[in-house]
Each structure stands twice: as C-alpha cells, then as structure tokens.
Design a binder for this molecule. Sequence first.
Ligand code: SF4
Ligand code: SF4
Length: 438
Amino acid sequence: MAKQIIFIITLALTLGVFAYTVRRLYYFFRITKRFPIKNYAKRFWLMMNVSFLQTKIFRKPWIGFLHALVFWGFCVILLGSVEMIFDGLTGSERAFYMEGFFYKFIFASGDIFALIILFAIVVFIFRRLFLKIKRFSARELSHRNHIDAYVALSLILLLMVSLLAMNVFYCVENPVPLKGFYPISSFLAVYLKDMEHESAVILYELSWWWHILLIFLFANILPYSKHFHVFLSVPNTFFSRLDPLGKLPNMDTITKEIKLMMNPETAFATPESGTAVIERFGVKDVEDITWKNYFDSLCCTQCGRCSSVCPANLTGKKLSPRKIMMDVRARMNQKGPGIIKNGKDFDDGKSLLNNFINKEEIWACTTCNACAKECPVNINQPTLIVDLRRFLVMEESSAPSGLNLMFTNITNNGAPWQFSPEDRMNWAKDLKISCKYD
Ligand code: SF4
Ligand code: SF4
C-alpha cells in the first residue's frame, strides 16, 4: 500500500509538470496560423512508411539501421512501461500477464531490444565524442545543444541499464510462475545464482523504482530537448506536406488577384475575390508561421542530414536548413511567453527574420528541396524559407538587385527577360518554319 501511495504521488507530480509543458505549448501553437489537414488515409500510409518502417533513415544504412532498432525497441518497451504504471497504480504485479506466446514474445523482445538499444546508444555517444562527423560540429550547434544531446543519450542509456537490471533481478528472484520470458536477463542471472532471495527481491524493487523514475524524468525533460522527436516524429510524418516537393505554395488571395487582373470577368464569377484582409505577406516572426512550421521545429532532431545535402551549405554559404528549424523554436521560446502575457500585438523589438535568420541565409536557398527529401521526420524547410523571402519582397521591397530587374521585366514584358513580347520570335524570322503563339 505504501508503494502505491508513493507511486501515485510521484505520478501526479510527473503529470502536473507535464501538463504545465503541454499547456505552454498549446498557447504557443495558438499564436501560429492555420495549416489545413486533409486526406487522412494517404497521411496514415505515409506515417506508417516513414515512421514505423523508418524508410528515410536507411539512406545512411548502418547508423540508420541502429536508429531504426532503437525506434522499434522503444515501441516494444513502451508496452512494458504501461504495465509498470498500471502495476504502480493498482498494486498488482505484471498486471497484463497472460499465459501463452504473446506476453512472452513481447517481454522477450523488450529484453533483447534493451540490450540492442544499450549498444546503439554507446555507438551514438562514441560517434559524437570521437568521430569527427561534420554535421555534428556545425556552427549553429552551441555547447548547450551538445550537452542536450549527451543528457538525452545518457538518460536512454540509464533507462536500458535499469530495465535490464530489473529483469535480471526478477529472474534471480525466480517467482513461480516466472511471468514472461527474458533471454538476455536469464542468461545474466546465472552469474548471480548464489544471491540470497531477499537480496534479489530488494534489488528488483530498487531497479523497478529506478526505471520508473527515469521514465518520469525522461518524459518531462524531452519537451525541452531536441529529443522531443521521440514523442513528435510519428505525428509529424502524419502531418507531412503532401504536395510534390517542387510545388511552391501560393497565397490564395494573391492568386485570385492575379487571375482577376488577367481575366476581369472572373470578378463576377467570384465576387468574394480580393476582399480578404491580409495581415501579413509571408513570414517575419513566429506569429506569421503556421502551426505545422512550429511543429516541425519542435520535432527537429538536429541530426543535420538536411544541411549535409544542402548545396548552399556545402558550398560554404551561411544557409543551414537545420538552423532555420532551430531558430524557429528558439524564437518561439523567446517571444511566445510575451505574446501569451501581453496579447498578439506584443513587440519585443526583435523578429525571427533579421535577429535569428538573416537575408543572406534565405537568399542562398536554391529551393532544390534536397533538405526536405532527406529529413527523416518529413520536415519541410523550403516552404518556410520562401515565406520569409515573400515577406522581404512583398512588404519590404527588399529583394536582391538581380531579382528586382526580373520583377520589373515581368511587370513590363510579361516575361523575366528584357525584351518586348512582340520580339519574342525574332530568332525564328529567317527560318522557314511557321510559328504561332498567343
Ligand atoms: S531547398 Fe534550400 S535549404 Fe533546402 S537543400 Fe535546397 S538550397 Fe538548401
Ligand atoms: S530538419 Fe530534419 S534533417 Fe534537418 S536537422 Fe532537423 S530533423 Fe534533421
């Protein structure tokens, strides 16, 4: 009973802190703009493909495979964690136990995966510490980012050690019946076969608490860390942008205006056209981004795969698509509380554009979409970059000089070139071909 009471208090504290975090994020999301979600069936299959089958991560086969094993292992071990919470609340032991294959299979898988994850995390830490991997030493990664990564990896490592310890002492304790099957732990338990039964019971209880407290700590640290993707990567793939990567989104209101200019008759067909009040063209600050942009930023694992394939980054330009995502998250953390407290007109004299992301970065983007294609959690960076540019062009008339010339040509000639439309076919004048164009 005492165990139950302590567990309930601990769980209540954990949920209380977690609820505070969720509430804070909810208010941040309310600051952002709409991003319509349709086509649920297609999204579901995309999520299964990218998240559960981990298809994109295999582009780097070895390390990708290790990461995929960690993900699948977490899915299996999660079932055991749910059972532990149920046990803690009800005072039962192994409440989901059932005779037969299924329970044994799940817990045997969890036991094996614990060892695999342990091995994978040691490899991940070793890579970060001793291999000079370029994407882990980019300039946008601060000391704090590196510490964040090590803290999360160490927590996962401890989680797996505590899980294995719990299973080992459970096997040493050897209750009748032994609920579940633990191939790794029962092998290790052989080395402790001389341990007294009472000691095994106490050590099992201690490792049980060690493991569950780490789970609670982990759940509350994750939302403030780059490892928030542990929670968010699956839904983020569900909310992926479904348009072909090369298709840049237009602003509906502007599209209608252009159509009206080109064919005024449509003014009568769509009387509502052009009447919407546009508060902002493009993105200047966090209140201009969509909730999906913000979700992307929370989900970013800072893996740097996007930047490692970005042609601008590879050729020494300042642009790093990873940094764009990190900046969105950092800026929301900076400005979000002020907006929540003072309302949406709150101004702290800074903005995402200029104070976090500068013009040089966003104009270096070729919109090739290599970053979006590479991202293992389907984050879409180029659409946000285009929206930042849209603000500069449409609200500040601040485009690079080469583009300004092109804009003038489009206005005057209906084409990006400096020639009259009447002269367009001059090149074919002396050729014996007949051409017709409207
Ligand atoms: S779309 Fe832009 S940011 Fe992304 S890889 Fe291409 S150049 Fe880099
Ligand atoms: S945007 Fe995607 S690929 Fe780039 S660092 Fe974040 S998770 Fe990795």
